[in-house]
Design a protein around this ligand. Structure first.
Ligand SMILES: NC(=O)c1ccc[n+]([C@@H]2O[C@H](COP(=O)([O-])OP(=O)(O)OC[C@H]3O[C@@H](n4cnc5c(N)ncnc54)[C@H](OP(=O)(O)O)[C@@H]3O)[C@@H](O)[C@H]2O)c1
Length: 388
């Protein structure tokens, strides 16, 4: 059995990695960001409770928790903690990241570069008696930005044109990894697409962008006004497949130097219209009100929004400004048709017994889980209910 050093364990993906790694009999060292008023065991304790895992794993030291910060030199670890981790961990999975789209560039770059600098230093330091056998860096299929309509399962060479600084920083990180691989550094890159709940029960520890998109497509963020959706697709993927895939490729020496796409791929990704339909059906199942949908051509909607750019200077209610902002982000994000190749990863993982499930089967489960948890207690008022 091995010990994994994992960052980002309290995230949507990291939490699932923690669960999978423990349930397959391995141990964990976690780098966890300090939270005011909480001890490390309290922060990780609630995560263990969420997955119904035994808190004794902490006492038995099958899980050890280290406070740290990925945007600090040496990940904010003290020298003795670093020594402890390097002495005992066999593999590292770096999953922590700042996923916000509006992060300033220098902050986004710091959150990407400090960890890779740390990893390269550890792997090349001849005085480290026992460096990691392998490190997996979690990136994103978004490194293709706007300018790569079909993102290949390999490093990119073309200059990117990105939707946001998150994508830009991840791409810059991959450029550093690509250079490091020339020196046989034991690294692999995992690029998930949009992560959603467990394929069996929809469970997830944190709700990320997919859940906002599902609400947007149901018309709930913009009083039912939507851009025409056309034939565009939305590549989503179940968190259990991503976590198992990443654990499996991390343990495999053959995976060094490769880029893996943990996504549904061009053949299986659902269309925006299908996601919209599933989202509206889920809201109806939960007796939640839905607005009537009205579509505008994308460019007309965009000019309308451009005209409202000055809205933040007007005395408009907070929620109206929020809706304009949401519409802008969604128009921008969903406006690009993007697909992600996944044939190599599909073959690689299916040889290891892992296959992605059908998004049309697990999207409803994810949405039911979300609506049960989140929305029921904050029912929106004053929207017209459309019976469908
Ligand atoms: N979710 C997706 O749809 C998606 C899609 C493609 C790629 N990815 C990639 O998958 C990875 C995991 O994403 P996720 O969905 O799990 O994100 P998430 O839910 O936002 O979780 C982020 C994790 O990173 C930690 N973190 C953030 N800043 C940190 C800092 N400065 N120091 C230490 N820890 C920090 C957070 O800790 P706190 O608990 O303290 O906040 C949390 O554990 C990321 O690398 C992301 O780029 C995600």
């Amino acid at each position: 059995m091995a010990r994994f050093f994992l960052t980002g364990a309290t995230g949507a993906l990291g939490s699932y990695l923690l669960k999978e790694i423990l349930q397959s009999g391995n141990d964990l060292d976690l780098l966890v960001r300090a939270q005011k008023g909480l001890s490390p065991s309290q922060k990780i304790g609630s995560l263990l409770d969420f997955f119904k895992l035994d808190r004794d794993l902490l006492r038995q030291k099958r899980i050890r928790v280290f406070w740290g910060d990925i945007s600090s030199p040496q990940l904010g670890l003290s020298q003795s903690d670093l020594y402890d981790i390097l002495e005992s961990s066999d593999y590292m999975i770096h999953s922590a990241a700042d996923l916000s789209f509006d992060t300033p560039l220098e902050v986004a770059f710091k959150a990407c570069f400090d960890p890779i600098r740390f990893v390269l230093q550890v792997l090349s330091d001849s005085s480290t008696s026992r460096p990691f056998k392998k490190v997996t860096l979690v990136s994103t299929v978004g490194v293709g930005g706007r300018s790569t309509p079909l993102v290949p399962e390999g490093f990119l060479s073309k200059e990117g044109d990105f939707h946001n600084n998150y994508e830009r920083a991840k791409r810059a990180l991959e450029d550093v990894v690509q250079q490091a691989l020339e020196c046989d550094t034991p690294l692999a890159v995992a690029r998930p697409s949009m992560i959603i709940g467990d394929s069996h029960c929809g469970q997830i520890y944190r709700f990320q962008i997919f859940y906002h998109i599902a609400q947007f497509l149901a018309g709930l963020k913009t009083l039912g006004i939507l851009p025409e959706l056309g034939e565009r697709t939305l590549d989503v993927i179940n968190v259990d497949y991503v976590a198992r895939g990443i654990q499996s490729l991390t343990e495999d020496p053959q995976a060094v130097g490769k880029v893996f796409h943990l996504c549904s791929g061009p053949k299986k990704a659902p269309s925006l219209q299908q996601v919209q339909e599933l989202s509206r059906q889920a809201h109806l199942r939960h007796n939640l009100p839905l607005p009537t949908l009205r579509y505008l051509p994308r460019n007309r909607l965009q000019s309308l929004l451009n005209g409202l750019q000055f809205a933040r200077h007007l005395p408009l209610p907070h929620n109206v400004i929020g809706r304009i902002k949401a519409m802008n982000i969604m128009l921008e994000y969903l406006g690009t048709e993007q697909e992600f190749e996944n044939q190599l990863t599909l073959r690689y993982l299916s040889e290891r017994g892992l296959r992605p499930s059908d998004p049309l089967d697990y999207i409803p489960k994810s949405l039911d889980y979300y609506l049960n948890k989140k929305v029921k207690s904050h029912r929106p008022r004053g929207l017209h209910i459309e019976n469908r």
